[in-house]
Write a protein that binds this ligand. Structure first.
Ligand SMILES: [Zn+2]
Length: 371
């Protein structure tokens, strides 16, 4: 990595960093840093802003920020109901956003909407737009094809959204949300973070030293299909006893003796919000099943932090004592004295779009070279 790329990475990770702190991050002298900053400022890649003095006797210093006419990336988040497109500058600040609902009837509807949004953003920001990152509701192959079975979108070519994109990156929304939580959210600074998200099933990701563990085929993170559940229950994936079937909306319905819900996400949210004793008991059982499985993963992965998203976070809020008790009792004794904390996701529903922006920026940073 060149020093210019390194400095841009430092400013992206710590927008507003002082020139002196940036020099320390890079391990180079202040003179060399000043020269580097001058080159990047001249190339419209960085700008300097006045920074607060450090203490009464501190010399005035400057903070390094994104250049007002510097490069930006577009970050798209596509769900089964809506899409959103953010324009994001160096350092992660969103400078513009546009969003709309879609009918969900076909991919062409969604593609037309998103492509229109991209055209509008490019009309506003012109040549500054240098990359597109996409967070998609399903697995994305390395040639950017999406299969979102729950939405009925099969073998969709994401290049169609912007065929001439100078740089296109795409990924599954849960994985990208995990990347964002590790970069700027609840898992910032963790060595090995385990991310778990319950919505339509249980999925997640492992982020090791800031790097997403993607697996040999890019499909890791299917933690919901580990056999931590009841072997009497057959999962839609075909296996018995999948963990996901013990913690999601279908699990709550089974505990309550109700039919499997058509929309397990809103069903789970309603059950978790209910104060009725039968619902409380069902929530307690799901929370305990979640805690037990997390203990198994923490034992196996030696994670130092666990981030819970969506319904997993709701279960933590609704039944913290039961969830923690099951977690503690499943941990190996050597891990029990300082169990890795269980934290709700900090970015919430903004996680996937923030992750798409991070992925686009991380691909773009190495290409930004001052002439
Ligand atoms: Zn399964």
């Amino acid at each position: 990595m060149t020093r210019t790329t390194e400095l841009l990475r430092v400013v992206h990770a710590h927008p507003g960093v002082t020139r002196a702190d940036a020099a320390r991050h890079l391990g180079i002298g202040t003179g060399a840093t000043t020269e580097l900053v001058a080159r990047l400022t001249q190339a419209s890649l960085l700008a300097e802003a006045p920074a607060a003095r450090s203490g009464a006797r501190g010399r005035p210093t400057t903070a390094l920020v994104a250049h007002p006419s510097g490069p930006v990336v577009l970050a798209a988040q596509i769900t089964h109901r809506a899409w959103r497109l953010d324009t994001v500058e160096l350092g992660g600040r969103v400078v513009a956003t546009v969003s709309a609902d879609h009918t969900g009837t076909g991919w062409s509807d969604v593609a037309t909407g998103v492509a229109g949004g991209i055209t509008r953003m490019r009309e506003t920001h012109g040549e500054r737009v240098r990359a597109l990152g996409i967070a998609a509701p399903g697995p994305v192959t390395s040639d950017r094809r999406l299969d979102a079975t729950t939405s009925g979108w099969h073998d969709v070519d994401l290049h169609d959204l912007w065929p001439d994109a100078p740089l296109l990156v795409a990924g599954n929304d849960a994985s990208l949300a995990a990347t964002a939580e590790s970069a700027r959210g609840a898992a910032a600074g963790a060595a090995v973070a385990l991310h778990l998200l319950i919505e339509y099933g249980l999925g997640g990701a492992v982020v090791d030293q800031g790097r997403l563990v993607i697996g040999a085929h890019g499909a890791s993170g299917e933690f919901g299909h580990m056999p931590f559940g009841d072997p009497a229950v057959i999962c839609p994936c075909g296996a018995r006893g999948c963990w996901g079937t013990a913690v999601d909306g279908t699990a709550l319905a089974r505990h309550l003796g109700q039919p499997s819900p058509a929309d397990p996400v809103s069903y789970a949210k309603a059950v978790i919000a209910s104060p009725a004793p039968a619902e409380r008991a069902a929530v307690t059982m799901a929370a305990a099943a979640l805690g037990r499985g997390i203990a198994g993963l923490v034992n196996g992965l030696d994670a130092d932090l666990v981030v819970l998203g969506s319904i997993a976070a709701d279960l933590l809020t609704a039944a913290p004592a039961e969830l923690h008790a099951a977690y503690q009792s499943g941990l190996m004794a050597i891990r029990r004295s300082s169990p890795p904390p269980l934290l709700p996701a900090a970015l919430g529903p903004d996680g996937p779009v923030a992750g798409a922006a991070e992925a686009a920026w991380s691909a773009l940073l190495g290409q930004l070279v001052p002439r």
